[in-house]
Design a protein around this ligand. Sequence first.
Ligand code: R5P
Length: 312
Amino acid sequence: MTDRLQLFAGNSNPALAGRISEYLDIPVSQATVDRFPDGEVRIKVEDDVRGSDAFLLQSVCHPVNENLVELLIFIDCLKRASADRITPVIPYFGYARQDRKDEGRVPISAKLVADLITAAGADRVLTIDLHSTQIQGFFNIPVDHLLGSPVLVNHYQNMNIEDLVVVAPDVGKSLLVSTYARKMGAAFAIVDQRRVSAETAEVLAVVGEVEGMNILILDDIISTAGKLAQAVKVLKERGARDIYVAATHPVLAGNAAERILSAPIKKVAVTDTIPVRDERLKDKVEVVSVGELLGEAIRRIHENLSVSSLFD
Ligand code: R5P
């Protein structure tokens, strides 16, 4: 592999691009990423990339379709400029929640997006907390899949919260969340929820002891915060004390900000896979950076070193 490492970034998350560039001690390479008068994405890479090991940071977050097309066209641009290897770094992989055909006449968008990224010219992919780990198999190129939860769990572990129960907000997360509960030496509980619509969920049961305990709810995504608000409500009804939340991807769509602000939650910790732009949330939502994690993963991929040691 070429010695020349380059970092590029689309428009989705310039602050995270800056943190990674700082960690790697290389600049974000120059590129124009804007629009033609009719709205089509226009990209021009200003630095020479011939023969380089190019990493391209772009989250598929709001505005999702704009950012996705930027990602695809940027990859094409790097390919045609003769980069030796192209690795999109996709901290938040959008469209991941449509990952199976669980009813008739629905698409599997996660597979389509994986195909598009590959067809555009990606050689490998680096991402964090895919909604489901089997999405890695939708790619026929290597995927380095990092975990965001350890960064968030460390954040709360440093707070030494006593009488802690780590809670999975639905049954699907129970295996992962119970692992973190064990690591933190905390108890574990599940709020069993069923999604009623894209914005709302209903609680079927709470499994585990929460009365008089402090709670940490761990999830991968906060989108509309519907599930989170329901979980908090039922946990409070069951006598929980302080409630903390950790989620890797702050999608924060629809009424999420209002729901978070009005719920009896002490703190929400999220990562910067997606920028949090709503100023109203700044006192309640703490952002923990994955910049170093991604920077170190990029360095290791570039130097052909193990990435799995970053999972600890
Ligand atoms: C679903 O399985 C995800 O892991 C999240 O729990 C979900 O996307 C959160 O959605 P919302 O915030 O809209 O309830």
